[in-house]
Structures are given as C-alpha cells and as structure tokens.
Design a binder for this molecule. Structure first.
Ligand SMILES: NC(=O)c1ccc[n+]([C@@H]2O[C@H](COP(=O)([O-])OP(=O)(O)OC[C@H]3O[C@@H](n4cnc5c(N)ncnc54)[C@H](O)[C@@H]3O)[C@@H](O)[C@H]2O)c1
Length: 371
C-alpha cells in the first residue's frame, strides 16, 4: 500500500502520544504532514517537537489537497462539527472518542461519509491491542467454556489529578461514561456481541473539584455531571455484565474486567491499554485429581499475549488500520457502526441514570457488515 498523508486537528494532551506512536510504529503507512489547532501556539509546539513540516489553522489544514486522513483530537463537544468539516473537505476521519454527543449527529456523519465514499474510524481502538485480542482468542478457543457473566470496573479519582484542562470532563459531554465508558463497551461488544438493554444508577460524589495541575492548579470548579455509575448490561448473547464507572474513587482492588464462564474465569487487563497479561483460572484448579493431589495452584495462571505487544499505552493502531482498510477497500475495524453502537450504549447508560428506567438500545453491531 502507499503511504497515506495525515493531518491532525487538536494539539492538546493526547496529540503527543498519537504523533510519537505513529512515527514509532507506522511511518511506512502514515506520514503526518500538518498539525493544527485553534490555538496556533499549540500546533507550532507539536510541529517543532516532532519535526512536522507544517502547522496551521484547522481550515488551512482541510485545504491541503493531498491529505488523505485527518485525526480529530479536539474535545468531545467539538467532535461532531469538526468531523463534519473533515468529511465535507473530502478526507477520511479518525476521531477520538466519542464520535459525537448524539446518535442523530453520528448517523448524519455516517450518511455524509457514505455519500462521499469516505471512511470514519473512531477510538477506542484498544480492542485491537495484544491483550484484548489474546482474550478474544482465549474465549473463542474455549479456555473458560461458555461466557456467562462479566464484572467490569473503571474506578478512578478523576482527571483533575493529571489533566491540565479538567473542567470539560465535568460538564455536559464529559463525565466518566463519555470519557472512559467507550473502552469498556467496545471491548465488551467485540468479545460478546451487541448490547441489548442497560440499567444504571448514577450519582455525583463531589459537587466541587480542585485542579491539581496545569494553569488551573489550586482553582476550584463546579461539577455538572454525574461522576459515578453502577450499571447492568444485558448483551444480546445472554451474557450479563455488572459494571462500575467512576471518577469518585481514590483506590480500589476490583478487577478491570473479569469473565465468568462455565469452565473457568478470565481476567482481562485494563481495556484502556493495548497490552497487558490476561489470566485464566480453570475449573480443574478447584476440582479433580490435580486439585485432590494438591499439585495445582489455586491462583489464576498468566497467559502470554499471543499477538505482538507494541506497548501498554499506545495510540494510532486504529489510524493505521483505517489506512490499510482504505487501501484494501474494506471497512476499518474501529468503524462508524461500532462507534454508533457504543455511543448508543453510553447515551443509554447516562439516560437510564437520569430516569431510573432500563433502556433497550436502538442499534446493534455486527462484525460481518461491509462498507
Ligand atoms: N488526554 C488523554 O489522555 C486522552 C486519552 C485518550 C483519548 N483522549 C481524547 O482525545 C481528545 C482530546 O483530548 P485531550 O486530552 O488531548 O484534550 P485537550 O483539551 O488537552 O486538547 C484539545 C485541543 O483541541 C483544541 N481545540 C478545541 N477546539 C478546537 C477546534 N474546533 N478546532 C481545532 N482545535 C480545537 C484545543 O485548543 C486543545 O489544544 C478527547 O476526545 C479525549 O476524550 C484523551
């Protein structure tokens, strides 16, 4: 395949990881030719740091004719409008999560892309990393039998401990579901298929937060979204998931994700990461001759990742997959249909938390569809 020319819109915190990893891992397929931001000084900083030839405004970037793919790294509330402009300029999009803040907007983006014969890729793409892919293979190969239940937990104390611009994470379009829910939902959908119904209970643990770093350090700000969700998901396959997603927790020993099957238990590493060691506990460890003889451990066994681990915290695999998919004329893995179903899941969880009602999703996802 040829090398695809890439532009970036939004040069904040995560842009550094994207640029570094694309240059480290995918330089044969992806060439970052320009970076842009509404704050030009941020674009200049990234261009200088990574020897990128051009920094400019977002509109100037969209006017560069030979750019094939634009990566949208703006804050979530800007995703829809920036994605729309990228598509209207005739370029493929890879957007950070979520694709937009409403289903109608996401469906409109899909329609524009179809009309213009363009592809949309959307984070999270962490399910393409070595750890979740290994877990998928372990499940497929029957290591834990038929999956029955899942327990998943994203227990964090909030982004203000590390992000220099924390306020949007606590406004409409922020909160732990929009920020982190996508990692868990996309992993669940890739492992167990579509989500059928959700019920959630939401709370706001702290009405005010304090920024601990960046230009706002020491300043207090108001919290305008729930920051704790306790969720039950019913998957179409019958698998039942219980999940906690929170910005209110100082520390926790709950697992990131555990799958309970008819033949054993699978411990899945952090779905926000690309690499990590899965662990399996088989029923033989509780029952049978090996157990009776005391010759088998009663702890879960670490399973080596059977796909290449290119690092635990990596960004850009989805952009590379998008370029390869465009080249082969197939739908990319972190595709718009998956992004829409995951968004439907996130919106349903938020809505259920507001209303106290369980919600049936209006979308489903199949890996089989084409573009
Ligand atoms: N920070 C992380 O660790 C992280 C990790 C994974 C995903 N993400 C996702 O990446 C996206 C960006 O996050 P971030 O932490 O880098 O945010 P950030 O606030 O650090 O940076 C966003 C940048 O976008 C610019 N911007 C805002 N509106 C714009 C517009 N209309 N056009 C062009 N530029 C615009 C801002 O000036 C800023 O430089 C979000 O969707 C976030 O969910 C972030």
């Amino acid at each position: 395949m040829r090398c695809y020319k890439v532009g970036i819109i939004g040069c904040g915190v995560i842009s550094k990881t994207y640029i570094k990893d694309i240059k480290r891992l995918f330089q044969n397929n992806l060439d970052i030719v320009a970076v842009s931001d509404t704050d030009l000084s941020k674009a200049r900083e990234k261009a200088e740091e990574f020897q990128i030839n051009r920094f400019c405004t977002p509109n100037e970037l969209l006017d560069i004719e030979d750019i094939d793919i634009v990566i949208n790294l703006t804050p979530p509330k800007m995703h829809y409008s920036v994605n729309k402009k990228i598509l209207q300029s005739g370029k493929h999009v890879f957007c950070e999560k979520p694709i937009s803040l409403s289903l109608d907007e996401a469906l409109e983006l899909k329609k524009i892309a179809e009309t213009k014969k363009l592809q949309i890729g959307c984070a999270p793409d962490t399910f393409m990393g070595s750890s979740i892919k290994t877990c998928s293979k372990l499940i497929e190969d029957g290591w834990i039998g038929k999956a029955l239940y899942v327990n998943a937990n994203m227990m964090s104390c909030g982004v203000e401990t590390w992000h220099p611009a924390p306020v949007p994470f606590y406004q409409a379009g922020g909160g732990p579901i929009f920020d982190m829910g996508g990692y868990y939902l996309s992993a669940l959908v890739m492992l167990f298929g579509s989500i059928r119904e959700v019920y959630s209970c939401s709370r706001t643990g702290f009405s005010e937060r304090e920024a601990f770093c960046g230009p706002m350090k020491g300043k207090k700000f108001q919290v305008q979204t729930p920051t704790f969700y306790s969720v039950i998901l019913q998957m179409q396959s019958g698998v039942v998931v219980t999940m906690n997603i929170s910005f209110d927790i100082w520390n926790s020993s709950l697992p990131f994700m555990e799958v309970y099957g008819t033949e054993g238990t699978l411990q899945i590493p952090d779905p926000n990461m690309y690499g990590g060691t899965p662990k399996v506990f088989r029923k033989e460890q509780k029952l049978g001759a090996l157990f009776d003889a005391g010759t088998i451990s009663d702890s879960p066994y670490s399973i080596p990742e059977v796909y290449q681990n290119v690092g635990n915290y990596v960004r850009g695999i989805g952009v590379n997959d998008l370029a390869e998919s465009i080249s082969r004329g197939v739908r990319c893995s972190a595709n718009i249909d998956l992004a829409i179903h995951v968004l439907d899941g996130m919106l349903s969880i938020i809505h259920s938390g507001e209303t106290g009602q369980s919600i049936s999703l209006s979308t489903s996802y199949s890996e089989e569809s084409s573009i």
